[in-house]
Write a protein that binds this ligand. Structure first.
Ligand code: XMP
Length: 513
């Protein structure tokens, strides 16, 4: 299965495009997001197996509402229109769209007609779907039949299977439409005639082939962080080219308890990948000495990382390629014209600018959950595959104040306890992140045994989230909080107070710095 033909998701201005693309992947079909202003021939050049028109906030008859090239409907490629895409299809093919004054928003009752036709055949005769629209299709284009209605609108879904045209006013991609995935599958498997073959093992096979083609017999370097993306990228490249790959683990001394050992154990001893472990804690701490401004800390760590990496690279003069764990959402965010451009934090481990490497990006087409599935398939241990996000600058952003050996020991010790307790309770999957922040500049009075103490507080931070853009503080069980607090005070020297952060994001952020 080399270079699968994609299902193209045309982004019409809502954030739903990414969700649609993910649902298609969950049905084990390869999908890509494209801008709506591609011409029909540009679309055809990508050899799509199907096209999905996303929802969008506009009205199809507004002059600046996004349009698609009407030639797209003449390519002989099956099309599924969703919400705005449904109206666009109707308008382009001669139907009517109007503001009926019958807005529908939220969970809505759907009644099938014509037994749901081809597209909705798996739905019960009445079902619940998620709606969000003001306009509605009032007359279907010639050749179409109506396959569902609601109390408010006569055309909740329509199709013309002979021409390969399908459209729904509701949102099958959201979880609030419980049978939405059945609609996606019917379009993909019956409408487009696709097979569910976008599986981890096929992804690996394709990717291995492409990596071999790209790098030939050149030497390749990969900066490992211990996180899931760089780990999976490294394993894929190693599978493709074996010992032509050297992994570099720049140990800045800002990692959590046990992480450097885990990197050595997994990559060096278990997978036998040539690994350079640069123990550079001293260098980083020297540069960080006396620095308390958060952005300065990040900058120093980023720059020092590059310096260390350059030194290793100079010893590998034959290396022409550098592996990067870029994911598909990074590609969409920097490339799409209409998708909301949400910038995430820069990771430590950026490219040395003056070293001339070509990039190998084996995860460029993958969403995070696919990267995890590929990692598991490649035999990566669960502790890495399921690892919670951890900032590139590591524990440095979790010390409010100076990053030095003493403060690192405190925050690392407390963090270790939080993670142990969260794991013991099986709460790792329920929390997006759970960690500690050390207020190194604050001291408060405590009493321990016979004496008074004057030491630092730590803040325990645990949040639930889907994507880190928004987050809520996790309602951890009291008993867990209690155990975390008493263990930290008892086991971590220099900490005499534990507080729990109950701020959501927004207005707070997840990290403190
Ligand atoms: P905030 O604190 O902005 O964090 O709510 C959102 C997500 O980003 C992570 N984060 C970082 N990741 N380098 C990174 O690679 C950084 O400098 C950085 N700062 C925050 C944070 O852990 C959360 O998952």
């Amino acid at each position: 299965m080399t270079d699968p033909r994609p299902v193209l998701v045309v982004d019409l201005g809502a954030q739903y495009a990414q969700l649609i693309a993910r649902r298609v992947r969950e049905a084990r079909v390869y999908s890509e997001i494209v801008a709506h202003d591609l011409s029909a021939s540009e679309i055809a050049a990508r050899r799509p197996a199907g096209i999905i028109l996303s929802g969008g906030p506009s009205s199809v008859y507004e002059p600046d509402g996004p349009q698609v090239d009407p030639g797209l409907f003449e390519l002989g490629v099956p099309v599924l229109g969703i919400c705005y895409g449904h109206q666009l299809m109707s308008q382009a093919l001669g139907g009517t769209v109007e503001a009926t004054g019958q807005r529908e928003y939220g969970a809505t009752g759907l009644t099938l007609e014509s037994s749901g036709g081809r597209l909705l055949q798996d739905l019960p005769s009445t079902d619940t779907v998620w709606m969000s629209h003001g306009d509605a299709v009032t007359r279907v284009p010639e050749g179409f039949r109506v396959i569902a209605r609601t109390g408010a609108i006569p055309v909740a879904a329509m199709e013309d299977p002979e021409r390969g045209m399908y459209a729904v006013q509701f949102h099958p991609e959201v979880t609030h439409t419980p049978n939405g995935q059945e609609v996606m599958k019917r379009f993909l498997y019956d409408g487009c005639g696709l097979l569910p073959d976008w599986t981890p093992s096929n992804i690996i096979e394709d990717s291995v082939e492409r990596i071999r083609e790209q790098v030939g017999d050149a030497e390749v370097l990969c900066a490992l962080s211990g996180g899931v993306d760089s780990s999976v990228a490294a394993l894929l490249v190693h599978k493709a080219i074996g010992d032509q790959l050297t992994c570099v683990f720049v140990d800045h001394g800002l990692n959590r308890e046990g992480e450097p050992d885990q990197v050595e154990e997994t990559f060096g001893r278990h997978f036998h990948i040539p690994l350079v472990h640069v123990k550079a804690e001293g260098r980083f701490l020297e540069k960080l000495s006396g620095v308390t401004d958060p952005e300065s800390k990040r900058k120093i760590i980023g720059e020092e990382f590059i310096r260390v990496f350059e030194e290793v690279a100079r010893e590998h003069t034959g290396a022409k390629f550098l592996v990067q764990g870029t994911l598909y959402p990074d590609v969409i965010e920097s490339g799409s014209k209409t998708a909301a451009n949400i910038k995430s934090h820069h990771n430590v481990g950026g490219l040395p600018e003056d070293i001339d490497f070509a990039l190998v990006e084996p995860l460029r087409d993958l969403f995070k959950d696919e990267v995890r599935a590929v990692g598991s398939e490649l035999g990566l241990p669960d502790e890495i595959v399921q690892r919670q996000p951890f900032p590139g600058p590591g524990l440095a952003v979790r010390i409010v104040g100076e990053v030095n050996a003493g403060n690192l020991a405190k925050v690392r010790g407390a963090d270790h306890i939080v993670r142990e307790e969260i794991k013991r309770e099986g709460l790792e999957q329920d929390t997006w992140q759970a960690f500690c922040v050390l207020l190194a500049d604050v001291q408060s009075v405590g009493v321990m045994g016979d004496g008074r103490t004057y030491e630092n507080p730590v803040i325990v931070r645990a949040v639930t989230s889907e994507d880190a853009m928004t987050a809520d503080w996790a309602r951890l069980p009291e008993a867990v909080l209690d155990r975390i607090s008493s263990r930290i005070i008892r086991e971590v020297p220099g900490i005499n107070r534990v507080a729990y952060d109950i701020t959501s994001k927004p207005p707070g952020t997840i990290e403190w710095e």
